[in-house]
Design a protein around this ligand. Structure first.
Ligand SMILES: Nc1ncnc2c1ncn2[C@@H]1O[C@H](COP(=O)(O)OP(=O)(O)OP(=O)(O)O)[C@@H](O)[C@H]1O
Ligand SMILES: [Mg+2]
Length: 150
């Protein structure tokens, strides 16, 4: 699949907004990539497009930052698993249950086994030498009709 080049934080934000136009409750979007790759920037653009007025905080400490109407158009869980030490701690986060009616947007998804993300749109950000971030997608069947974004 064609990669997307994000040349600035503004472009990352716009990409997040484009994602918001096709994402629905029940979907999972995994944002993978090294520290500072631009994962939160995409999540912020997505949340802003869903109506969030203030800038979304990075959920690094809270691990799960939930949003619900009226602040966003539908429920969203912005999750950052960086600080998760063991995959079994994730059970306590209740993500499976929450996902029934929320969009999951997850940074550091590799903290959980691959089996947790089989139906997730998996986006990998790779910083290039000039600072551009290359975004590569792994697209599951449920996202095939929605990818690439227009
Ligand atoms: N596509 C981009 N091009 C240039 N700079 C970017 C891009 N995306 C994000 N940035 C900048 O990179 C920095 C880190 O971004 P961000 O916090 O979104 O990364 P992150 O992947 O969420 O980091 P962490 O691993 O700590 O959660 C910020 O200063 C942001 O403005
Ligand atoms: Mg982040």
């Amino acid at each position: 699949m064609s990669d997307v080049l994000l040349h600035s934080a503004e472009e990352a934000h716009a990409f997040g907004a484009a994602l918001a136009r096709v994402a629905n409750p029940g979907d999972a979007i995994a944002l993978s990539g090294p520290l500072g790759a631009g994962k939160t920037s995409i999540a912020r653009g997505l949340l802003a497009a869903l109506g969030l007025m203030e800038e979304a905080p990075s959920p690094s400490f809270a691990i799960v930052q939930p949003y619900a109407p009226p602040e966003t158009r539908f429920p969203v869980l912005h999750v950052d698993l960086y600080r998760l030490e063991h995959a079994d701690e994730a059970d306590e986060l209740g993500l499976d249950e929450a996902r029934l009616d929320a969009l999951l947007v997850v940074e550091w998804p590799e903290r959980l086994p691959d089996s947790a993300w089989e139906d997730a749109l998996w986006l990998t950000l790779t910083p290039e030498a000039d600072g551009t971030r290359r975004l590569t997608a792994k697209v599951p069947p449920s996202w095939k009709a929605r990818w690439p974004l227009t």
